[in-house]
Design a protein around this ligand. Structure first.
Ligand SMILES: [Zn+2]
Length: 246
């Protein structure tokens, strides 16, 4: 049985039997993986607090031939985000990130940029900022998953959208639309939010100033991106209304 040791982020755990847990984790070296942690429910000795949701860990596991689940041998805490989750807003943001990772990442596909994105965003949220890192997460999650619509072209007339110009979108449309082509009942995406999206594509999160951020900033951009995620998944995210309710 090949053994693997890698950094990982715990996405969620659920009981398998009286003693065992199933652990869903996103590993740097192996992608999103599910495994069995034997005795994790009965004894805290072996895994301790390392299996808390969104813990950053170093995990060692065995691939089990012809079995879907790997077998966790050990799991050592690198960084815990558990304390931060006592803050309701941070807890909701973390749940949202975990759900998106769980549903969006294909199983066993290595995705180092996505792994770094999650760690970066969780650390930023840990510093008390929610909306700037969440917007950054949404934008890059959709980009890395490969379904960010072109931000500068109308999907209907193919005309270019000028910088600073508003655009429109709806769930059914393939991309953004210009003022002339927009359909009834569309959501608008402000010119500011389009510029911000460009800024976030070109610069690191640390280079995006944190002044002036509140829930209303780039809310339209997050709506566009989260709609794209749900469209791609063909299902609603359970945690999205919780984020909207913050
Ligand atoms: Zn158009």
């Amino acid at each position: 049985m090949p053994v693997r040791e890698t950094e990982a982020i715990i996405l969620r755990t659920y009981p398998l039997s009286e003693a065992d847990k199933i652990v869903s984790f996103f590993s740097r070296g192996g992608g999103r993986t599910r495994g069995v942690a034997h005795n994790a429910r009965r004894s805290v000795k072996r895994f301790g607090a390392s299996l808390e949701r969104l813990s950053h860990v170093r995990v060692r596991y065995f691939e089990q031939e012809s079995r879907e689940l790997v077998r966790l041998e050990s799991c050592e805490l690198v960084q815990s985000f558990f304390e931060l989750q006592s803050d309701y807003a941070a807890g909701v943001a973390f749940s949202y990130i975990a759900e998106v990772c769980e549903l969006l990442l294909p199983e066993r596909e290595v995705n180092d940029p996505f792994f770094r994105l999650v760690l970066l965003v969780m650390n930023e949220i840990g510093h008390g900022d929610i909306w700037r890192p969440l917007t950054y997460f949404d934008l890059w999650a959709v980009t890395l998953a490969g379904f960010l619509p072109p931000l500068d072209t109308c999907s209907r007339c193919q005309g270019s959208l000028d910088p600073g110009e508003a655009a429109w979108f709806r769930l059914e449309s393939q991309g953004l639309q210009c003022k002339t082509c927009r359909s009834d009942g569309s959501w608008s995406l402000s010119g500011d939010s389009r510029s911000l999206a460009h800024g976030m594509m070109e610069r690191s999160l640390a280079a995006i100033p944190d002044e002036g951020w509140g829930k209303s900033r780039a809310e339209d951009l997050r709506r566009l991106l989260e709609q794209q995620v749900e469209k791609h998944l063909e299902r609603k995210l359970i945690t999205r209304p919780l984020v909207e309710g913050l």
